[in-house]
Design a protein around this ligand. Structure first.
Ligand SMILES: Cc1cc2nc3c(=O)[nH]c(=O)nc-3n(C[C@H](O)[C@H](O)[C@H](O)COP(=O)(O)O)c2cc1C
Length: 214
């Protein structure tokens, strides 16, 4: 481990994937679309993966990776288990932070906002589009609860496979969340650590823009 840590400490990464200039007139959603399109074009390995951070009622943040599945009426949508740790924290504190990182283009996007459950119909439609294995998995997994033995999970999979021979209905403990952004930060890595940072904040439904020191 020491050798690896030495490499980390001595490592020097030069960022040279362009700059973030000339975007002042843009809406943050346009810029998000542009960067996401480029992330896909650049073959970033997980272009729609983001880190979601939530905060517990005693102020302890926690983070995990999720997939962005849609943007509906300017809200960012992901799907998960409504009994999970993140769901419990969102119920008590709907303020969350999302972070996308695309190393191939030296970019990150931070989005802060409020999170709430989506309409049941949207979750039904998305659940119906998933492969059967994922649908059964959603029933079988008590996400974030202690698992004493993997066999318990595998037995639950078998049980639900037998129970739902044809169509698998959406469990009521599984569905989507939508995040309404109040802040976007677009970060473009540049050389000598002189990165570009452009922040959009919302005021009276209008997006204000400013730059920040790297
Ligand atoms: C690339 C990647 C994508 C993931 N996407 C999802 C997702 O869309 N929904 C989900 O519930 N968990 C997803 N996970 C698993 C979560 O990171 C996490 O382990 C799980 O949601 C439980 O989190 P919690 O206990 O903090 O609630 C993903 C993990 C990875 C590595």
């Amino acid at each position: 481990m020491k050798e690896i840590l030495d490499q980390f400490r001595l490592g020097r990464h030069e960022f040279d994937h362009g700059n973030l200039e000339g975007f002042e007139g843009l809406d943050p959603y346009d810029l998000f679309e542009l960067w996401t399109t480029e992330a896909v074009k650049n073959k970033e390995s997980e272009p729609n993966a983001f880190v979601l951070s939530t905060v517990s009622s005693d102020g302890q943040p926690s983070s995990r990776i999720l997939y962005l599945k849609d943007i509906v009426e300017k809200e960012f949508i992901f799907y998960t288990n409504y009994n999970s740790k993140k769901a419990e924290e969102i119920a008590k504190n709907p303020k969350v932070s999302m972070l996308f990182f695309w190393p191939g283009s030296s970019r990150q996007i931070r989005i802060e906002g409020r999170c709430e459950k989506v309409d049941g119909q949207l979750s039904d439609d998305y659940f119906a589009s998933r492969p059967r294995g994922s649908q059964i998995g959603a029933w079988a997994s008590c996400q974030s609860a202690e698992l004493t033995d993997r066999k318990v999970l595998e037995d639950r999979v078998k049980m639900y496979e037998a129970k739902f021979e044809d169509e698998v209905p959406r469990p009521d403990f599984w569905g989507g969340y939508q995040i309404k952004p109040s802040l976007f930060e677009f970060w473009q890595g540049r050389s000598s650590r002189l990165h570009d940072r452009v922040i959009f904040t919302v005021e009276d439904k209008l997006w204000k823009i400013h730059k920040q020191n790297p």
